[in-house]
Write a protein that binds this ligand. Structure first.
Ligand code: AMP
Ligand code: ZN
Length: 210
């Protein structure tokens, strides 16, 4: 199916906890939670020779998955164009798994419409692509930062990341601009109505689910 992993010094084998590479956070640090989840068969919804898909532990929508490489890559800053086959594979797999889950759940409308992408400044170590249904109906969606991280330009579309990598050989993130985006006023991603609080926005989101 997919091509073999590109060889790169940015990629190291995903080693057991006692033998982590020096750039990897310690397994007991919260930011290493995804590396632990990668090895947790219970959390897994798909695994192949290149990537693993898990359910997000704190989903921000009805369907929220994370697609991660099996080999340790810290984040988008660590990648170059040798990783293009891997990123393309992750996007393809993310789409296939999301569509399968949506079909099984008989999902319709925003529940069956997905976006695929990366947070410009991730909190968790280990590269992960979000697959997120566009209903945003979830108890774990609590803060303005959560909302803006998935609905503003802070959410980097996976296909755009691939195009940028192909064009430039690396991914540039304007961190100052990105931090500001998280403070954007709350605005519905579907109709652009503005809201003063998250509960009001979340109440409004229900009107888009029928
Ligand atoms: P970010 O680093 O901002 O792109 O997002 C990290 C994502 O990982 C968030 O959506 C969290 O809900 C999710 N998350 C955090 N810890 C875990 C875990 N142990 N297993 C699965 N998902 C997690
Ligand atoms: Zn709306």
């Amino acid at each position: 199916m997919a091509s073999s992993l590109p060889s790169s010094t940015a990629i190291k084998r995903n080693l057991p906890s006692e033998n982590l590479n020096e750039n990897q956070p310690k397994r007991n640090h919260w930011s290493a939670g995804l590396s632990t989840a990668l090895d947790d068969e219970g959390a897994r919804v798909h695994k192949d020779e290149l990537c693993t898909v898990i359910k997000d532990k704190y989903p921000k929508a009805r369907i929220h998955l994370l697609v991660m490489p099996n080999e340790y890559i810290a984040n988008l800053k660590s990648i170059n164009n040798t990783h293009l086959p891997l990123l393309k594979h992750m996007l393809k797999v993310g789409k296939e798994v999301a569509e399968k889950i949506a079909a099984k759940a008989n999902a319709r409308g925003s529940f069956a419409h997905f976006r695929y992408g990366y947070h410009a400044i991730p909190s968790m170590s280990l590269l992960h692509m979000h697959v997120i249904s566009q209903d945003f109906i979830s108890d774990s969606l609590k803060t303005k930062k959560h909302w803006n991280s998935f609905t503003s330009d802070y959410f980097l579309d996976a296909s755009q990341v691939i195009d940028d990598l192909q064009a430039n050989g690396s991914i540039h993130v304007d961190t100052t601009r990105m931090h500001k985006l998280l403070d954007n006023e709350l605005q519905c991603h579907r109709c652009s109505n503005k809201f003063t609080t998250m509960p009001k926005l979340k109440q409004h989101l229900l009107t888009h689910t029928s």
